[in-house]
Design a protein around this ligand. Structure first.
Ligand code: PLP
Length: 364
């Protein structure tokens, strides 16, 4: 019997692949003949270690991560990384540069300010973060400890299409909402981090991809043990009890991405899915208005407005009736947002595009 699945456009936590959930269900009470759930395994057991190390290997393979880079599974969400990054890498006499493209960049900068000196490399706040700055708008100051960017702006629906070259300055990216949705050159980055709850798995795991030379630059004085990257590197993310079930789920998601054909295939699917909805917006004659400028559009979060708040309310109410979940925009942008992460099926996007066309026909 086919499971009853919602048209889930939640921004996060968001849809997981049905095949992954079903596999986890089959293995839930007896993981590979152990007579235990993965949740019940010791994190020091061979059975768990295999799950842990396989997830690291799969991520390295899928993202083509250089061999020497460290892959860490931490807790505390991407929000804890906002603090850990400056605590480890922002030393006295240096400044951290932040590229401001939305609310998550603002939260990252706020944490860094508590630790040391910072500056804004570029910002698009003036136009309510409806675009990514052009590469020639980015100006770096002397003595920059690192430059931080948010690769996909979950709330505003914008995404970098080409990353800046920061030369010798370490480039750090919050990829929480678009990691694993396309292939790119990881070696451009000194550190990449992402909360798992969009493309990677359930919430509770935070993935960090770290270039090893960063450890040599890291502050070691007065940084608590759990907030130091070297603690987790030295212990293969097993210094304390890791979120074992989340890491197991992440491993299953990574296997699923491999089965889809890897990141190139996933990227193509994501482009096709997003196009279904962007095309309706573009062909609506202004009935639907996209928030993001076209060249900054996100493949993961599609933000749009209708002519009035009343019409938006009606749209969202009828969409809910028709079985669509999670289409409300974030309060800072208003309107509507469809999050089309990896696990959102083409059919859901097709159904939404048809619903949008029909809604316009009746109300346009
Ligand atoms: N950064 C981005 C781009 C996000 O979309 C989110 C959450 O939605 C966060 C950071 C915060 O992540 P967490 O809830 O894991 O702390």
């Amino acid at each position: 019997k086919q499971a009853q699945r919602a048209y889930n456009f939640n921004a996060g936590p968001s849809a997981l692949p049905l095949a992954v959930l079903e596999k986890a269900q089959r293995e839930l009470v007896d993981f590979q003949g152990t007579g235990m759930s993965v949740m019940e395994l010791s994190h020091r057991s061979a059975a768990y270690e295999q799950v842990h190390n396989q997830a690291i290997a799969s991520l390295k393979e899928l993202m083509n991560i250089p061999e020497e880079y460290h892959v860490l599974f931490l807790q505390g969400g991407a929000s804890t990384q906002f603090a850990m990054i400056p605590l480890n890498f922002l030393s006295q006499g240096k400044k951290a540069g932040y590229i401001m493209t939305g609310s998550w960049s603002e939260k990252a900068l706020k944490e860094a300010k508590m630790v040391g000196d910072t500056y804004t490399v570029a910002s698009t706040k003036e136009t309510n973060y409806n675009r990514i700055p052009a590469l020639d708008e980015l100006v770096y100051e002397e003595n920059t400890a690192y430059v931080h960017l948010t690769s996909n702006n979950t709330i505003f629906g914008t995404e970098w299409s080409e990353f800046p070259d920061t030369g010798d300055i370490p480039l750090i990216a919050d990829m929480s909402s678009d990691i694993l949705s396309y292939g790119f050159d990881v070696s451009k980055f000194a550190l990449i981090y992402a909360g798992a709850q969009k493309n990677l798995g359930p919430s509770g795991v935070t993935v960090v991809i770290l270039r090893p030379d960063m450890l040599e630059r890291a502050n070691t004085n007065n940084v608590p043990t759990m907030l130091r990257y070297d603690t987790h590197v030295k212990n293969n993310s097993l210094y304390n009890t890791p979120p074992t079930f989340g890491i197991y789920m992440l491993g299953l998601v990574l296997e699923w991405v491999k089965e889809q054909g890897g990141l190139a295939a996933i990227e193509n699917m994501n482009k096709e899915k997003a196009a279904l909805i962007y095309d309706v917006i573009d062909q609506s004659g202004g009935f639907y208005k996209g928030h993001a400028q076209k060249d900054s559009r996100s493949l993961m979060n599609i933000t749009f407005r209708l002519a009035s708040e009343d019409l938006e309310k009606q749209f969202l109410a009828e969409a809910k009736q028709a079985g669509f979940v999670g289409l409300n925009g974030h309060r800072s942008v208003g309107g509507c947002r469809a999050s089309t992460y990896n696990a959102v099926p083409y059919e859901s996007c097709k159904a939404l595009s048809e619903f949008m066309i029909e809604f316009q026909r009746k109300n346009g």
